[in-house]
Design a protein around this ligand. Structure first.
Ligand code: ATP
Ligand code: MG
Length: 449
């Protein structure tokens, strides 16, 4: 529990006490304290109303209707102070129809989702109490590595369907089991996840995808019936076999996608997500030839379209959507020692320079996730090396030794699309023969248009 932030946090909690209010640490911070980890995010609960908390901390902000005030605590570090609540009426499986402030810490703990999240550590007179307030035996469950709903699981998921995603997320990130009744209640209520906004589902899904054991998390989502609701396109891939004569694939498409994520070396969420989705188009285009060979023609094109749909549904940002699309759309690149520089350049142009390493990470995941033993073949290594070399050569039209004004002057034409067309043609011509990229040669060439 001792770390450099504890002093800062203590000062803040002390101020709340001194203003005459109760205060206790809850949530992830308590889990960290029990586990002996550094606390990363501090969640705090108090009987002070949001306005009163804001009065104590003028730099804090209050931007939602759930009674949470955020106090900035340095770079990317916040303290979230939430007023005691009681949640009586849920009408839409999303949020309580109104928030009522609670009168005690114990009452506040009853509205929390899981026993491991309903433990609190009060702070009094300048120091933390020596005992947790833990009416649902969350510490015991934490030590047994169990996720268990507070109270009646079915009722709790019926109140707020996002809790089902949270259960899978905590099970995945913490490496815990979900208690059987809680699992059964998730299975029963899985469909109601559709009541939750794409953003909130995405946030939980991305935490699962980012975690060390992301693959188990996705399989768990599938087992409880949530994957079918949030990513039906991926869920459908588990029925698509890939076993075929002369092919190395040993898994069905869904399992292969998940195994690829498990083996993807990237820590970037979108790259990992793209790896999980890379073969998602296969379910739609699967076919078997007369010789019994399975084919998946154009699956990357179909997959790209599916990725765009998923990105919209989960409200990814414009950049995230673009990157997800590009990685899925172009993942099926071939690597061969006979490829021309031009082909390599086209590949780079398609995905963007910034995605080269990301695409390699997807490919490494794809290979290992398909049962191959080596992360990279000699061909892939050579391909990487050649990409580097190609990047050093003239690469875009802007690197040509002539420009638009030369084209206009030589041909006596004004600005217009023709100028660009000619430049592109010149570029194509010199791209493979670097020696031709001289003013002398190109000015002569322009005359022939
Ligand atoms: P982490 O910060 O690692 O995501 P956390 O447990 O701190 O984990 P938060 O989302 O920060 O989770 O929420 C803080 C606490 O608020 C939780 O521990 C839980 O007690 C409560 N909580 C959050 N969301 C819900 C919910 N949908 N239903 C019930 N209680 C919730
Ligand atoms: Mg938290």
């Amino acid at each position: 529990m001792i770390n450099r932030k504890v002093k800062e946090i203590s000062e803040i909690l002390k101020k709340i006490n001194e203003a005459g209010f109760e205060v206790a640490v809850v949530g992830g911070a308590v889990r960290d304290i029990i586990a002996g980890n550094q606390v990363s995010d501090w969640d705090v609960t108090t009987n002070a109303r949001p306005e009163e908390v804001q009065k104590i901390f003028p730099k804090s902000f209050y931007n939602n209707s759930f009674g949470t005030v955020t106090i900035p605590l340095g770079p990317a570090q916040n303290i979230e102070v939430t007023t005691y609540r009681t949640e009586s009426s849920y009408t839409d499986k999303r949020h309580p129809s109104h928030v009522e402030w609670g009168s005690s810490l114990e009452e506040d703990l009853t509205r929390r989702d899981f026993t491991i999240n309903a433990i609190s550590l009060p702070f009094n007179k300048g120091e933390f109490d020596t005992k947790f307030i833990d009416p649902y035996r969350g510490e015991e469950d934490f030590k047994k590595k169990i996720i268990k709903a507070v109270g009646n699981a079915n009722a709790r998921f019926n109140e707020d369907a996002l809790r089902m995603m949270r259960a899978i997320r905590f099970a995945t990130t913490l490496g815990f089991e979900i208690e059987p009744k809680t699992v059964a209640a998730i299975k029963k209520n899985a469909k109601s996840i559709n009541k939750i906004s794409g953003e909130r589902i995405r946030d939980e899904l991305f935490k699962i995808i980012d975690s060390e054991d992301a693959a188990s998390g996705i399989l768990l989502l599938r087992e409880v019936g949530l994957l079918k609701e949030i990513l039906p396109e991926l869920d459908g891939c588990f029925d698509v076999s890939q076993i075929s004569p002369k092919r190395h694939h040993i898994f069905d498409v869904g399992t292969h996608n998940v195994m690829s994520l498990a083996n993807c070396p990237s820590r970037d969420t979108i790259v990992r997500f793209a790896t999980l989705l890379h073969d998602v188009g296969k379910a739609k285009v699967a076919n078997v030839t007369e010789e019994g060979i399975r084919t998946f023609y154009n699956h990357e094109v179909v997959g790209g379209r599916i990725a765009l749909k998923i990105a919209d549904r989960l409200h990814l940002s414009k950049d995230q959507k673009e990157q997800l699309f590009l990685l899925v759309r172009w993942h099926q690149f071939t690597v061969s020692e006979n490829q021309t520089d031009k082909a390599l350049r086209r590949f780079i142009k398609n995905i963007g320079i910034g995605n080269i390493e990301n695409m390699m990470d997807l490919r490494v995941g794809d290979r290992l996730g398909g049962g191959l033993q080596q992360p990279e073949s000699w061909r892939l290594k050579l391909f990487r090396q050649r990409l580097k070399e190609v990047l050093k050569k003239p690469f875009t039209v802007r690197d040509l030794a002539v420009g638009g004004s030369d084209v206009m002057k030589v041909l006596g034409i004004g600005p217009g699309p023709k100028v660009g067309e000619i430049l592109n043609k010149l570029f194509d011509e010199v791209a493979d023969e670097k020696g031709k990229n001289t003013r002398e040669y190109l000015l002569k060439r322009i005359k022939t248009f």
